[in-house]
Write a protein that binds this ligand. Structure first.
Ligand code: CAA
Length: 270
């Protein structure tokens, strides 16, 4: 029995594991587990996901996280049945998407391993991650328009920033589904792989990141994400300050010394 609360909890909608990848740091794995509803993201599931991401973020044994679904569905969107009868005031009071904002505060990288449907909130959850590894059977879409609404968990903003106005407008206004290779070509997806190995490939990418010095990884992630909010001037300032900040880390001295001495670096994570 682990003493880590996220590994002991009896989650109803997700399966949580730490995957040993042969490095000092492990991968924190979250599998969405409502297969009968194509992993529709109900409020309880999202609470479990966000709470677990925060626990992994604080866990010194974890270097990177992977969120996945199953072969048929990453997630087919927010739970429509939970919203079908809701009024504006109920939705305002529920404020269910506020929880999603906490994903933006996670410091360690998160990879979405996507197979099958990534629709609506499912596509938005994948876009809230830092990279998407997609199986060749993955289908991405923002079909909210067909329900009489629009994306509500970041889709209009993140999709437009990731793939540009022309394609984002088409996706959001038609609700059509797009293949993994379309979305790779559009710049949404990091890598497309055969469906048999999509999770292994995502775990392999995570293992590569787990080999890297953690503070540099986190400041690299922060600097890239800030490029969405900042002007080029302010973004370059932030990058430079983060670059100089890393000269205070023990890993910077070790990394450069190891290069000069032609040996592998021994990271301390500080
Ligand atoms: N919410 C709740 N339940 C869902 C769901 C969703 N988003 N997507 C699928 N399900 C359920 C179905 O109701 C069905 O349950 P029952 O067996 O109890 O009827 C089960 O999952 C299987 O689904 P289908 O029978 O429809 O499976 P299919 O293979 O025929 O079709 C699909 C698959 C094309 C993905 C279809 O299920 C579908 O269109 N789903 C809805 C997609 C969608 O509109 N997503 C956006 C939701 S709104 C949103 O996400 C807002 C936001 O921005 C956050």
């Amino acid at each position: 029995m682990s003493d880590k609360p996220h590994l002991n909890s009896e989650y109803k909608n997700i399966i949580v594991k730490e995957v040993d990848n042969g490095n000092a740091l492990k991968t924190g794995l979250i599998q969405l587990n409502r297969p009968d509803a194509l992993n529709a993201l109900n409020i309880e599931l999202m609470k479990e996901v966000v709470d677990t991401l925060e626990l992994f973020d604080k866990d010194p044994e974890v270097g990177c996280m992977v969120i996945t679904g199953n072969e048929k569905a990453f997630a087919a969107g927010a739970d429509i049945k939970e919203m079908a009868d809701a009024s504006t005031i109920e939705m305002l009071l529920r404020d269910q998407f506020a929880r999603w904002d906490r994903i933006r505060k996670i410091k360690k990288p998160i990879i979405a391993a996507v197979s099958g449907f990534a629709l609506g909130g499912g596509c938005e959850l994948a876009m809230s991650c830092d990279m998407i590894v997609a199986s060749d059977s993955a289908q991405f879409g923002q079909p909210e328009i067909k329900l009489g609404v629009i994306p509500g968990a970041g889709g209009t903003q993140r999709l437009t920033k990731a793939i540009g106005k022309a394609k984002a407008m088409e996706m959001i206004l038609t609700g059509k589904f797009y293949s993994a290779s379309d979305m790779f070509n559009a710049g949404l997806v990091t890598k497309v792989v055969p469906k048999e190995v999509f999770l292994d490939e995502a775990l392999e990418l995570s293992a590569e990141i787990c080999k890297m010095p953690t503070i540099a990884v986190q400041l690299g992630k922060e600097s890239v994400l800030k490029s969405f909010d900042l002007t080029i001037e302010s973004g370059l300032e932030l990058e430079r300050k983060n670059f100089y900040l890393l000269f205070a880390s023990e890993d910077k001295f070790e990394g450069m010394k190891a290069f000069v001495e032609k040996r592998k670096a021994n990271w301390k994570g500080k």
